[in-house]
Design a protein. Sequence first.
Length: 389
Amino acid sequence: MATLAMERLDRSELRLTDKLEQYLLTRPETPFLAVDLDVVASKYRELRYHFPSTSIHYAVKANPAREIVSLLARMGANFDVASRYEMEMCLALGIEPHRLSYGNTIKKSADIAYAFSRGVFRYAFDSEAELRKLAIEAPESAVLCRFETSGEHAGWPLSKKFGCDLQMAADLLLLARKLGLNPMGVSLHVGSQQVDPTPWSGPLSKTADLFRALAREGLILDTVNIGGGLPGPYESDVPPVRQYASAIGEALDEAFGSSHPNVMFEPGRSLVAEAGVIQSEVVLVSQESRFDETRWVYLDVGTFDDLAESFGESIKYRLRSTRTGIPGPLVLAGPTRDSREILYERSGYDLPLDLECGDRVEILNAGAYTSSYASVNFNGFPPLRTLCL
Ligand SMILES: *Cc1c(COP(=O)(O)O)cnc(C)c1O
């Protein structure tokens, strides 16, 4: 397992954009997430360039800041919404309902009815009960069946909770037709923070088999939603977008030959992770006993404010401090009175030994799945502020 230590990363790997560096110099009150919208725009352009014929739906849950959603809307993106609330926000920003896809496979009937009444006609499902809700509340809508993938090599797997097996997907897509819905195809997600560019090939080849089998039943499917999964740079650098694009392109060729289906792509993390930095302050540096030299460093951000993905030390963010002393080991923890709120203990982090209370520590590439996870008021701490620059 790779461990992360500040000094093992190049200085250049810890540099932010000028805009973010300038902003941090003004020392606003911590903690906050600052997002450079230019980075989001350039990430979107890069994806557009490498995936020219896919329909890109930004997964709003990765970072729902209005400025980000508006920017991507202006650039032509579509959106994957996980709830009625994300949908309401997109609609309030003037995004047309046909650009929204309700991708959560777990929805209340009332929320489906609401979506339908607002003109949203594209839904995902992975069970019969959900399909029957859709048939009642959103008649004739386009539906995609989510099937399960292994989630291997993903830093944040999504497989267990979502997706049915392929046989069930086939049965449910046929049932969808019988119920008067418009079955368009399947959706899948190879797991978030997918550091291997190749895991789409298995699921796409199964998709092609499924499409062929259903065509024999007279059901023509033409859409595959390949989910998200492209990673952000945390403990180590990750393969460039073009490697994912060529691996996915090859997988499509292999599975479908020259007649590719319509491909929907739902990037979340890869569009926003690198655009954001969290600035936090060291609240306390302490030792628990005179005989145990372990250094505990407590920050003013933690598992419940915004670093939910550090849970189980899954996502290992790059850290930066302004101190230049010799790095030494530490246990890094958050500020609440919850004893499980230890951010990193086993991952080999180190930070300068001269780190003191009041110093600032920056969490880099933290634009995805941070502010959107923040608890509202745990221990009275307000949710993380987001500033878009
Ligand atoms: C979360 C999610 C995404 C975004 O995944 P990333 O790994 O952040 O790109 C896309 N589609 C669905 C259905 C999701 O649940």
